[in-house]
Design a protein around this ligand. Sequence first.
Ligand code: FDA
Length: 393
Amino acid sequence: MSRKYDVAIIGAGAAGMMAAFTAGRRGRSVVVLDHAKAPGEKIRISGGGRCNFTNIHAGPKNYLSENPHFAKSALARYTPADFIAMVDRHKIAWHEKTLGQLFCDDSARDIIRMLLEEMRAVHVELKLSCVITEVEKGADGFRLATTEGPILATSLVVACGGKSIPKMGATGFAYRLAEQFGLPVTETRPALVPLTLEPNLLGELSELAGVAVDADVSCGKTRFREALLFTHRGLSGPSILQISSFWREGDEILLTLQPDVDFLETLKAAKRENGRQQVQTVLSQQLPKRLAQYLTDAAKLERPLADLPDKALSSLAERIRRWPIKPAGSEGYRTAEVTLGGVDTAALDGRTMQAKTVPGLYFIGECVDVTGWLGGYNFQWAWASGHVVGESL
Ligand code: FDA
């Protein structure tokens, strides 16, 4: 005998739990199924364990999608202020770190606890370590074959995320379900991910592993100004993760190190004031020491400033202002924070997240072709899309 529910939700992540208690508050019987042993595992590890749970500036411009208008409705109907109100109600202390990014003061686990309490309050059933082997639509609703027995539900919400971090249980199951029901899926690729370098360049930059610097990083017309980190594999740090969502194989990225500093002026002034100084000494007043050393060595300028023509200083300054690098690739889904692309928004109704051709079937969160920038935007999308589906069930 099947257990019968109004709503079955696949995935006890950010979007699935939000949808569950929103529908539960409206009197719907809801079951959430997850193959993992614990709910909200990505919330737990997010934001370095403190969960960057939203961004107060979140708006449609912070999302990538083949249809940039699609996210507007959900984002407008559930705002960062709405989520903050729930966090405050649960007395979870938080702070703004930078650029509108809100983090828990204590632990990301507080957010998971809050979502579970909200679910419990409206009697949502949560089935963990539950593997779904088959999904079918019949005249009476969606029939799910699971390791916890058969389940029948009037509506099915797919909230099982993307492909990032397979080690944590990401499966791409949402895309297979979309395809099973005839919904198109746009090209998916790892995003918010460190970029790798080809072996020669990596060898050349190896001494910089661990060095972080304020940088402006651009790819085509898109640019982000945040920290950049040199690593043993290539480039990382917030500015690189941001640009990785826009970068494609073969593209060059352009680095501007310490964008607020006019290096030509700095070097010329230092030469005027004390020509006996080494280039590297002057650079290391503005840049990390190892980076200053690398740039000086690479330009072959290990001499006192007085011995160097302005032309040499000018080409060094230009290198710091416009350093082109061609990444070889990315670290892939192993470390990507999100999946770019997903269930084609053209197949969904943006006000309800319902599949246009399959009544009762909904897709929310990361599995949809809506991908946020780094900085709390992806959770805001998960909350907002979860909320609107919960309101429409
Ligand atoms: P999510 O992946 O959270 O949940 C999907 C659920 O479905 C999981 O519980 C999974 O076990 C389950 N599932 C998958 N396949 C299944 C199957 N076949 N059967 C049953 N269950 C299945 N974003 C942000 O805004 N701020 C931040 O600080 C961070 N930090 C961060 C750090 C790291 C390391 C990562 C990897 C990601 C982030 N993110 C982030 C991104 C954020 O975690 C992500 O956008 C959301 O978790 C997406 O929420 P969803 O609910 O859509 O999927």
